[in-house]
Write a protein that binds this ligand. Structure first.
Ligand code: AMP
Ligand code: GLY
Length: 438
């Protein structure tokens, strides 16, 4: 089967690497891809909004499956455009149509969905442009910390956790008073205190399979300090997500989510990422994403023993329930190497050396480019190193050993990925669930 993979990040490099291992794959095309995906398929330039060009490419290359890595093409209706094209009948898209992608594209929509289907999440109120005064009054009735979120896609920059009323009101003013379409509506949420983790499932809309869980590290600095990033590292599995906890995630979140999508008449195919908070051992949904996480994908796909193409074929034929998800028991640790300055301004074009010295680890590229035959940096997050260990400690040691041999000018990474998990914070001894949480 010929497959077109959409995206150019580390997640897509991991997807390309995994798909290329399948005996079911003939040709893999990646649009636009990066130098890392080039090792597993052919990178192509394609304007996804140009329906004619897309159709021509799919027909010419006999593409049977389009796998969408990032959320933007999905919220933008890529799946809808392919499904509505009579010439593209029989092409499966891994990733939901725009109606399903709204779970990620609109936080208010996601919240209403969760409340409608009784899925545990933080209480919230939403306010629109012109309701700044009401929103600020709402803050007066709450206690710190205040969670303020832009409704729309804001590339991880749409959430402010304010410690004071003044800070919260200022955030509301800049969001509701600004011009960014992502913050045309704003949510004020109850603050959940606990431990975060990412859970994933794959679904054909009817049935679903849970994928390995992971913990990601969003802040730029050691000890979870500094601004939020796309993600600076990940560990899979999240050790505190034991069988009991994952059972709750399955029963209270995954089952009602897939059932809810069905009963709301929202077809959904592909990955669903549940950003969770474990509050005293009880899972709450912070957000949904309609894709795999980055860098979580670089930690969970290496642990997936099953053939990913076989799972995708299960989606294509509505037979996912007959497929198996087989997981490697070992721990995988992933550390992102970034350009100094990220998530702010950084320099690009720095030669990357040492990849040939990597042993017993995987390197997935994201912000890289070829300069002649030289691999150079070309983004904030440059690459991710993923390594296995029989437990977290060994995975971390193996990973950092390999992180140390790869180099480029301005190389920056966190030194503490996974270290907090060695201290084994037991969620059961964590803070109690707030009484008024739905
Ligand atoms: P989001 O973009 O919704 O995932 O939010 C970004 C980050 O803000 C999350 O990863 C959490 O660390 C934090 N956050 C979001 N919502 C809440 C909440 N209701 N309570 C506590 N922390 C939150
Ligand atoms: N690592 C978080 C995300 O992909 O959204």
């Amino acid at each position: 089967m010929n497959v077109l993979l959409i995206g150019n990040g580390g997640r897509e490099n991991a997807l390309a690497w995994k798909l290329a291992q399948s005996s079911m794959l003939d040709e893999l095309y990646v649009a636009p891809g990066n130098p890392g995906t080039m090792r597993h398929g052919r990178n192509v330039e394609l304007d996804l909004k140009d329906a004619t060009a897309l159709r021509k490419f799919i027909l010419e290359k006999k593409i049977r499956m389009v796998v969408v890595g990032p959320e933007a093409p999905l919220t933008d209706g890529l799946h809808d455009r392919i499904a509505e094209d009579p010439k593209l009948k029989g092409v499966t898209v891994i990733g939901p149509k725009a109606a399903g992608a709204k779970l990620e594209g609109s936080k208010e929509f996601a919240k209403e969905f969760m409340f409608r289907h009784n899925i545990p999440t933080a209480a919230f109120r939403a306010f629109g442009r012109g309701e700044l005064a009401e929103a600020q009054q709402h803050i007066d009735r709450m206690e710190a910390p205040y969670v303020i979120k832009a409704d729309g896609l804001a590339q991880g920059k749409g959430v402010v956790i304010a410690q004071t009323k003044d800070e919260a009101k200022e955030a509301l003013k800049s969001m509701l008073g600004g011009k960014d379409p992502a913050s045309e509506r704003v949510l004020i949420e109850q603050h959940l205190k606990g431990i975060e983790l990412s859970a994933f499932l794959i679904t054909d809309g009817e049935h679903f399979k849970m994928l390995p869980s992971a913990k990601d590290y969003k802040r730029i600095g050691n000890g979870d300090t500094g601004p939020n990033t796309g993600g600076m590292g990940a560990v899979s599995p999240a050790p505190f997500a034991d069988k009991d906890f994952l059972g709750k995630v399955h029963d209270r979140i995954a089952v009602p989510t897939v059932r809810g999508l069905r009963s709301d008449g929202i077809p959904f195919s592909g990955f669903l990422f549940m950003g969770l908070m474990s509050v005293g051992g009880e899972p709450y949904v912070i957000e949904y994403n309609v894709r795999l996480g980055d860098p979580e994908a670089q930690a969970i796909l290496p642990r997936l023993r099953s053939d990913l193409m076989d799972l995708f074929e299960g989606i294509a034929t509505g037979t996912l329930s007959e497929r198996h998800v087989d997981t490697d028991d070992r721990t995988c640790a992933t550390v992102v190497l970034a350009s100094d300055g990220y998530p702010g301004a950084y320099e690009a074009g720095k030669p990357i050396v040492g990849l040939d010295l990597v042993r017993d680890a995987l390197v997935f590229q994201s912000g890289t480019a070829m300069h002649g035959d030289e691999l150079v940096t070309n983004g904030g997050r440059v690459l991710a190193v993923s390594a296995f260990g029989k437990d977290i400690e060994h995975a971390i040691i193996n990973c950092y050993r390999n992180v140390s041999v790869v180099d480029f000018q301005g190389k920056y990474h966190r030194n503490d990925i996974g270290l907090d998990l060695l201290r084994k914070p037991a969620p059961k001894n964590g803070p109690a669930a707030p009484a008024e949480v739905k």
